[in-house]
Structure formats: C-alpha cells, structure tokens
Design a protein around this ligand. Structure first.
Ligand SMILES: Cc1cc2nc3c(=O)[nH]c(=O)nc-3n(C[C@H](O)[C@H](O)[C@H](O)COP(=O)(O)OP(=O)(O)OC[C@H]3O[C@@H](n4cnc5c(N)ncnc54)[C@H](O)[C@@H]3O)c2cc1C
Length: 455
C-alpha cells in the first residue's frame, strides 16, 4: 500500500507530494484535469509568441523564497514588472485622468488625505500579529471602512482593492478576513506593490506553469494520475481509500486533500467531515476572478507615455497591467474583470465579452485606435472551471474566520488538508500553496514516523 495519496496537482498538491517523496514516502497524485498546475495555467499564443498567464503570474524573489528557489533551480527566466510611465484612473465611462504611476490619484486634498488615512490604517493593522477580533469579523469590509470615516471615493477604492485582491465586493468579505490576509502576506502595501517590495514584481518569461511541470517530472509522471477526478474518500482508520469518478480505487496510509475547501461539499467523505469543518468550509466562497489578456505586436501604450497600469470605478475591468515579455514574444495588457461586474461579464458570450473589454480599453487609453488591433485575445473565467469554481482562494463567511479558527485546515482522521488558503505566508499566492504543501507533507511524515507505545 502507498504511504500517501495526494488529491490535486496544483502547486500545493505537487509540493506536498514532492516533500513526502523526498522524505522517502511512496506517493501517488490524483488530478482531475488533464494537466498539472491547477490555477496556474500558461497557455501558448497561436502565433507561438510566448504564452498568456490565464491564472497566477507574479512572484517576488526576496519575499517569496520557495517559488524563487524553484525559479532558480529550474533555470526559469523572469521579467521585471515595468514601473515607468503614466497610470490611468477611469472614474466613470467618459471621465478619466492620468497620474504618475505609484502615487495617489489627483483627487481633492480632502479625498487624498482620507485615502492615505485608510491605507495607513490597513498597513498598521496588517503589521499586528494574531487573528483580528470576532467583532471585526462580524463586519463587512465596506461597513468597517465606513465606520473609519471613508469618503465616497475612498469607499469605491477599497472596493477596487477587494475586487482585485479577492474577486469579491467589499460587502462580501469580512474586515477581519481582509486584515488577516494582509497580515499573512507581509502587509497591505506588500500585496499592492509592483516593485521589489511587493507581490507583483516579477513574471516568468515562459509561464509560471513551468514550475508545476518541472515538479511533476521530479515526482515522476507514473506517480501522477491525470484526468482522474476523485469522487469519494473512505477513511477506514487503518488506511484511506480514494475512489475516482471512473472507478479507480487507490488505497494509502494517508491522504492529502489539496482541493479548495469551497469544493469539499462536492466529495463524499466517509465518515463525513465533522459538523464544524463542514460548516466552515461550506460557508466559504470563491471570488469572480477573471482575466482578459489582449496581445499586441507593439507596446503602443508605452510610446504614448503610459505605464499600462490602470484602475476603473466603472466598466467591468477593475484593473489592468502591462504583461509584455519582450519583442521576440509579444506585448500584452492583462485586464482583471473581477467582482460583481466580472460576474455579469462572465455570463456573456465570448464575442460580447471581447467587445466590452476592447471598448473599455479604448475609453481608458484616450481613444487610441491601436486598442482595436490586437494580435490575440484571451479570456479566462475561473468560476466556469469545474475543478476550480473561482479564485483566488476560499473566503470565509462573516464571523467564521474567528469562530472556526481551531478546526479550519486541521487533519481529520487520516485526511490532511493543504492549499494556499491555509498558508501562514502568502495565502492566496503560489508561494502560499508551496508553503502549505510543505507543511501538510510534514504533518503526514510526522504521523507515519510515530509508533504508538504498546501498553
Ligand atoms: C487569475 C488568477 C491570478 C492569480 N495571480 C497570482 C499571482 O500573480 N501570483 C501568485 O502567486 N498567485 C496568483 N494567483 C493565485 C495562485 O494561482 C493560487 O494561489 C495557487 O495556484 C493555488 O494553488 P493550490 O494548490 O492551493 O490550488 P489549485 O491550484 O486550485 O489546485 C487544486 C487542484 O485540485 C484539482 N482538483 C479539483 N477537484 C478535483 C477532484 N475532484 N479530483 C482531483 N483533483 C481535483 C484541481 O484541478 C487543481 O489542480 C492567481 C490565481 C488566479 C486564478
């Protein structure tokens, strides 16, 4: 019998399998999709000019040691996020203004001060240790910033943060969840920054999925069962048996589940998960976190002095960035079509979605005709993916972060849980997935080495 079966070949599952294998355990990975990587998916352009990152893309070399170690180990080339140029703020369909990238938008003094106050509040909160209080967990992020005295434009800006960070409206997550996320991820400013101090600093030239593919090679392709969605897990006490939808049965001494907790309800656990675990995981939601990637021959926005970074209070695209690689590859603008507007956009047909994105870019980039001359356009709706059901990571229901802190992510019998959502560092990121995978494997290694004394 195998020592360990891992469900899911995203970053957390692959890391768990790799760490367990390094410790000498026999391991199998069972993955629903026909590929590894989960929410990391680097898709080649039809013109073979590089790839589009439909899922995670950005990393940081100094703040995210695990992902960076792999980048170096596998010899993966990275590209720095471009900082030069003018940013754009779209306040309504026909109102836009330009401002130097990296500084506050040109609002009134009162609004700018108010934005600074709210931003500084979250930064200070995110540097404090521990879990936020149950009281803060009972408030939505929106209600919380209103209590802090946020002005209307700042309330909208907080909603942009919420959409871009979690694919949700600020009315859909608790203030405690938001603050806890910042605490685990090196602070609010580190999450938001595009330079060497933040999470959007570097991208992989040949796609982040390279890490998953390389990890899969080391684990051994014969140990990874692709296109095998797991349907049930039977914990017999002495061992676990997992059963796939196509009837494959894999027994192992331990199981690591790396599927996002929002999806646990789709599995048959026997015996059922404890009521508290069911309540907290059933209560989690996954955001509407979508990308539209518009690829061009030339970085026309750069010659106009634009950075490629923009944010919008109107229209379905909330935020965009320049995600070009180099002249041998392609130039691109990646648009995040998140939160409630992304939810509506995702219901449209592909040509309608494309039209809306291009028309909004046309308005944002001051009606530059080049907008309408892309070489390729991608869009990716993670809510439509049967084996993801949204992104970035499951968000707790109001009050649940503090109420269920002692059970969330804890092993149940022979089943251990990993995933970026459980990470104490860089939760919601690739780094967090690797960190959680490592810890989950260690738990299993510790359990299997433990030989109870015979009385
Ligand atoms: C649009 C987008 C942008 C992002 N941007 C960034 C970024 O810039 N930087 C960054 O670090 N992170 C980013 N992320 C987040 C990052 O992708 C995730 O945090 C990370 O990939 C999560 O890894 P995971 O292993 O926890 O989960 P997942 O990747 O979701 O892995 C779970 C695995 O389980 C499999 N599975 C599901 N159901 C079953 C089943 N029934 N049987 C077997 N297998 C199953 C899935 O197919 C998947 O492979 C982004 C994500 C998205 C979607």
């Amino acid at each position: 019998m195998l020592d360990l079966v891992v469900i899911g070949a995203g970053f957390s599952g692959l890391q768990a399998a790799y760490s367990a294998k390094q410790a000498g355990l026999s391991v199998a990975v069972v993955e629903a999709r026909d590929r590894v990587g989960g929410k990391i998916w680097s898709v080649p352009l039809a013109s073979e000019r590089g790839c589009a990152e439909l899922g995670g893309a950005w990393i940081n070399d100094s703040l995210q040691p695990r992902v960076w170690k792999y980048a170096q180990h596998f010899g993966l080339k990275v590209v720095k996020q471009r900082l030069e140029g003018t940013a754009i703020m779209q306040e309504s369909e026909n109102e836009r203004f330009e401002f130097p990238f990296g500084v506050a938008p040109e609002w009134s003094v009162e609004e700018k001060d108010n934005l600074g106050l709210i931003r500084d509040h979250f930064q200070a909160e995110s540097l404090r240790p521990g879990l936020p209080s149950a009281e803060v967990d009972s408030l939505t992020l929106d209600a919380y910033v209103r209590q802090l005295g946020a002005l209307p434009k700042v309330i909208k800006m907080v909603n942009i943060w919420s959409r871009v960070m979690h694919g949700l409206e600020s009315t859909e997550q608790s203030a405690a969840w938001f603050i806890d996320y910042c605490r685990r991820n090196k602070s609010f400013l580190a999450i938001r920054a595009d330079d060497s101090t933040g999470g959007q600093y570097l991208r992989f030239q040949d796609g982040a999925q390279s890490i998953a593919k390389e990890l899969a090679k080391i684990i051994g392709p014969s140990s990874i069962h692709l296109s095998s969605p797991v349907a049930s897990m039977n914990d017999h006490g002495s061992h676990v048996e997992i059963v796939t939808r196509n009837g494959k049965r894999i027994p192992a001494r331990k199981c690591i589940m790396s599927v996002p907790s929002t999806m646990y309800k789709e599995f048959k656990f026997s015996p059922p998960l404890p009521p508290a675990v069911q309540e907290v995981t059933n209560g989690t939601i996954l955001g509407d976190y979508n990308k539209a990637i518009v690829c061009y021959d030339k970085p026309w926005w750069r010659s106009e002095g634009f950075n490629g970074y923009f944010a919008s209070f109107s229209g379905p695209i909330t935020l965009g960035r320049d995600t070009s690689v180099d002249e041998k590859s392609h130039y691109s603008l990646t648009c995040f079509v998140n939160g409630a507007p992304g939810r509506e956009w995702s219901k449209l047909r592909p040509h309608e979605r494309r039209s809306i994105v291009l028309k909004q870019l046309f308005q944002i980039f001051d009606k530059k005709p080049e907008v309408f001359r892309p070489i390729e356009v991608f869009d990716q709706i993670w809510q439509h993916e049967e084996f993801s059901r949204g992104a970035l990571a499951p968000v707790h229901a109001l009050g649940h972060l503090t109420k269920y802190a002692s059970v969330y992510g804890q092993p149940v019998g022979n089943i251990h849980f990993v995933g970026t959502e459980y990470s104490t560092e860089w939760k919601g990121y690739m780094e967090g997935a690797l960190c959680s995978g490592e810890k989950g494997a260690q738990q299993v290694i510790d359990c299997l080495n433990y030989i109870p004394a015979k009385i």
